[in-house]
Ligand binder design. Structure first.
Ligand code: DNO
Ligand code: MN
Length: 365
């Protein structure tokens, strides 16, 4: 079975890109989806899943990958109430298995999901991209959160992981996480995964943790999945074929010392889902997301694709974020999830892939 190409879709009425748009991009077979109205900890009910399944299947796509079933803070903090939330998570896994879901992408980042300081930063050619300005993340977390949440208010759009209900009680959340050291967070992650593994086996669903983005502590909050040694530790900690990775090159390579292709070669059998994104680094530690073409950034997209190909990767890949192009901007485009640049990125990745297939065939004679 060859690698399968996916596209993250935020759902009808919640995403300016439609399924019929996606259908016209050569090579896409899988819709990466979620119930975006759900709070972390809630059960995803069968009838709610069925509704999205009908929409996705009507276009002939599969719905094998969910991104994300978000993890409740009580599980990350390790409160006694976590057991009930873990039970709910297991019920979500069982319900999703009825629809053939194979992979659940999630993250274990305290309080904040992906973090950027500018969502529409000029790249220099007229397009814009998500941008991280290091110095802005040193100060008060409130200014950063307010900036991200201003999009929610202005454009009536919510971002996964940035639920207004959670962001409204940021001080409380920071207090609750205060005793959670990095080691404690590792323990809580282990507890969570060990509890889920039997259900994952039963349902044939892989849990695929997303890398921390950016891959370093922010605002004093610990972050775990940041480099090769921490990925090694994670996979050994719960050494189970259903305990997998969402290997996000854009997240990992925000630290230029992380060699994504090497990590892919080392752990290919435990990567269930690949996010492919290119990063351009600035000497002062700032970074910008970049077009997928190898020379537009420093992540090494050709080597990343070659690593997956050499390993015979049969999981799912999606173009992670794209830039905002042409008429795309605030108000008509979800930052990072426009229509055009991700479609261009897919064609670039598949171009590399098809050529590697051809070269292999020729070698076989
Ligand atoms: C941002 C994404 C992340 C990712 C979650 C996975 O666009 O890469 O929000 O979906 O961290 O749980
Ligand atoms: Mn990603």
């Amino acid at each position: 079975m060859p690698m399968k190409m996916g596209w993250r879709w935020y759902g009808e009425g919640n995403d300016p890109v439609t399924l019929s748009d996606i259908k016209q991009i050569p090579g896409v077979t899988s819709i990466v989806w979620a119930l975006h109205n759900k709070m972390p900890g809630e059960i995803w009910e069968i009838d709610e899943i069925q509704k999205v399944a009908d929409q996705i299947h009507a276009y002939g796509f599969d719905m094998d990958v969910v991104e994300s079933v978000n993890v409740h803070d009580d599980i990350k903090i390790g409160l006694p109430t976590r057991d009930q939330y873990i039970e709910n998570y297991k019920q979500c896994i069982r319900n999703l298995s009825k629809f053939g879901v194979k992979v659940i992408c999630y993250n274990f980042m305290p309080i904040f999901d992906w973090t950027r300081t500018d969502l529409f930063h000029p790249v220099g050619d007229g397009s814009t991209a998500l941008f991280y300005e290091k110095d802005k993340i040193k100060g008060d977390y409130k200014a950063m959160a307010e900036y991200i949440m201003s999009f929610t208010e202005k454009y009536n759009m919510t971002f996964p992981g940035w639920e207004p209900e959670r962001m409204a009680k940021l001080d409380e959340l920071f207090k609750a996480y205060a005793p959670v050291t990095k080691e404690k967070l590792w323990e809580n992650l282990k507890y969570f995964l060990e509890a889920l593994m039997p259900t994952c086996h039963e349902c044939d669903i892989k849990m695929a943790i997303h890398m921390d983005d950016p891959p370093w502590d922010i605002f004093g909050l610990p972050r775990l999945l940041v480099d090769e040694p921490s990925i090694d530790r994670f996979l050994k900690m719960v050494d189970d074929p259903y305990n997998c990775l969402t290997l996000c090159t854009g997240s990992l390579n925000a630290n230029p010392n992380n060699n994504c292709a090497e990590i892919i070669r080392k752990h290919c059998d435990r990567i269930a889902f690949g996010h492919v994104r290119n990063i351009h680094h600035f000497p002062n530690g700032d970074f910008s997301e970049a077009a997928h073409r190898d020379c537009c950034g420093e992540t090494g997209i050709i080597e990343v694709m070659r690593a997956y190909h050499d390993c015979g990767f049969e999981g799912y890949i999606r173009p992670d974020h794209g830039r905002q192009l042409w008429e795309e901007g605030p108000g008509n485009c979800r930052p990072g999830y426009g229509k055009y640049d991700r479609a261009l990125g897919i064609q670039y990745m598949l171009g590399i892939w098809d050529l590697l297939d051809r070269l292999d065939e020729e070698k076989k004679g």
